[in-house]
Write a protein of this length. Structure first.
Ligand code: G6P
Length: 491
């Protein structure tokens, strides 16, 4: 099992996990994995139970009551499920209703209410979406993100920018027709970052009426009455349409729920393909054979790499600019799921692998020195895209300059891949563990596979490390200090 060809798990779709530089002699060995057999069998059972019933041993909600974990249901669109045919149809209708009628959408959210949405935007829209014409955007609106920080300058800039756009439209003969939809996303419904920037922008843009028209959509916990979130109550009072962050789906798993799908709908991304990719991955991960189950294998190898070989930093390094946000999404997933002070029985364990964001080739010119020569405490997780939709050949524009002429006639994607391969090989030549996730192309389906595999992987690793992968009690410490200080400021 240690030869290169055997150390690559490939699914029917072509999605692969190449773990040859993480597994074998001098790396995590087959006997390391065998030694873990008992824990792996228990983890398999626990994940199966979670999938069937939502029950996860020891998992409690913020208020200390047992809470189900339901994200594994999200890829399955069915009557009575969290994503039902009716809910998906409603999302699509919402997306269509924006076409050629809404100029810009601003989504407000942070953490799990932002990071996944940014991934979908980057992969579907790329960097220049907002600079494209309505026709080039297929009628869909421009899309901006806010609330993912409390940044006064950027928030003011965004207000100014939207007003300038509305004025420009007026100058071009369409006065008072600029329409903005503010999509406010918060599971808890009261997050400072999200709500403060929303309130600033809502007020500033409202003051510009009728130059601008504002509509608000809320995405929050669907509880009604007394239990409704602050955002939910506000939406009810103001008559704003709402979408749900369902019970049992934590923020960092919510990309497959209406949280992520509402953004997908706003930009015309293929929701069905995205969920189909996630579903295919969920099915692939139902086998107990670790060498056929990508999420379980990833979890086991990384867990052993950390516990036995001290490699408890994971550098997530896609070779693609538009996948940088996947690395940022993964930071929350790994940090909040596995960075835990105590085991499920309450003993201090201080578990966790520290996530680092990197992008190839960019960070080969910045971080790689450290990965290659620094402490041997990392696993570098590469992501490779096989087929690029656009791919330029480097032209021989300066034939007299031999160094430049030498790289001509090569595709940019080939140069990128050679760089990745060389990086991976140089690292493993010095026993620096790495692995590569391979996407046949950058589309909604393979993105669904990738994100779901990573989400399910932390569920397995939580079991192996015996920590609750679905809470985040550590984030309450600063919140307890912050609350009274905010109140004091008001006085
Ligand atoms: O969706 P919200 O309730 O606004 O929460 C946004 C984020 O807030 C906190 O920081 C939590 O630690 C995150 O897990 C969560 O994703």
């Amino acid at each position: 099992m240690s030869s290169k060809e055997e150390s690559c798990l490939t699914l029917a779709s072509g999605f692969s996990f190449d773990y040859g530089n993480l597994y074998g002699a001098g790396k995590v060995t087959a006997s390391d994995v065998e030694e873990l057999a008992e824990k792996l069998a228990a983890a398999q059972k626990a994940v199966e139970t979670m999938r069937a019933t939502g029950e996860v041993r020891g998992h409690l909600s913020k208020d200390g009551t047992p809470e189900r974990v339901l994200f594994t249901q999200l890829p399955y669109v069915a009557e009575g499920n969290l994503n039902s045919p009716a809910s998906i149809a409603r999302l699509k209708e919402f997306g269509s209703s924006l076409k050629n009628t809404v100029d810009a959408v601003v989504t407000f959210g942070i953490g799990g209410s932002y990071l996944g949405n940014k991934v979908l935007f980057d992969v579907h829209c790329g960097e220049f979406w907002n600079a494209k014409s309505v026709k080039e955007r297929n009628g869909y609106p421009k899309l901006y993100f806010n609330g993912n920080n409390i940044d006064a300058r950027r928030t003011a800039d965004m207000v100014e920018h939207l007003i300038a756009e509305a004025r420009l439209k007026a100058v071009h003969g369409q006065p008072n027709s600029y329409k903005v939809v503010l999509v406010v996303i918060s599971k808890s419904g009261g997050t400072l970052d999200t709500m403060s920037t929303f309130m600033v922008m809502y007020d500033a843009l409202k003051q510009q009426e009728p130059l601008l028209n504002i509509e608000v959509v809320a995405v929050t916990d669907p509880a009604k009455g007394e239990k409704a979130t602050l955002l939910g109550k506000l939406a009810q009072e103001q008559g704003w349409p709402t979408f749900s962050v369902p019970d049992g789906v934590g923020g960092r798993f919510s990309i497959f729920s209406e949280v992520g799908l509402v953004t997908a709908a706003c930009i015309g991304m293929d929701i069905d393909a995205f969920l189909a990719g996630a579903q295919a991955m969920d099915q692939a991960c139902q086998t107990s054979d670790i060498y056929k189950n990508p999420a379980k294998l990833n979890a086991a190898l990384k867990f052993i790499a950390a516990e036995k070989y001290g490699r408890d930093i994971e550098v997530f390094m896609p070779y693609a600019d538009y996948l940088k946000s996947v690395a940022e999404w993964y930071v929350q997933l790994l940090a909040e799921s596995l960075g835990k002070r105590t085991s499920r029985e309450g003993a201090e364990v201080f578990y966790g692998r520290t996530p680092i964001v990197a992008v190839g080739t960019t960070d080969m010119h910045a971080q790689t020195q450290q990965h290659q020569d620094g402490k041997k405490d990392k696993v570098v997780q590469f992501v490779k895209v096989v087929k690029w939709e656009q791919d330029a050949v480097i032209p021989d524009v300066f034939p007299a300059v031999s160094k430049l002429s030498e790289i001509s006639s090569i595709y940019l994607s080939q140069a990128l891949d050679v760089a990745r391969e060389a990086n991976a090989e140089a690292l493993i030549n010095d026993e620096r563990f790495n692995a590569t996730l391979i996407l046949p192309s950058l589309n909604a389906y393979h993105l669904g596979e990738l994100l779901y595999m990573l989400a399910l992987s932390v569920a397995y690793e939580g079991e192996l490390a015996n920590v609750d992968a679905f809470d985040q009690p550590g984030v309450e410490a600063y919140k307890r200090l912050m609350g009274p200080r905010l109140k004091a400021l008001k006085k």
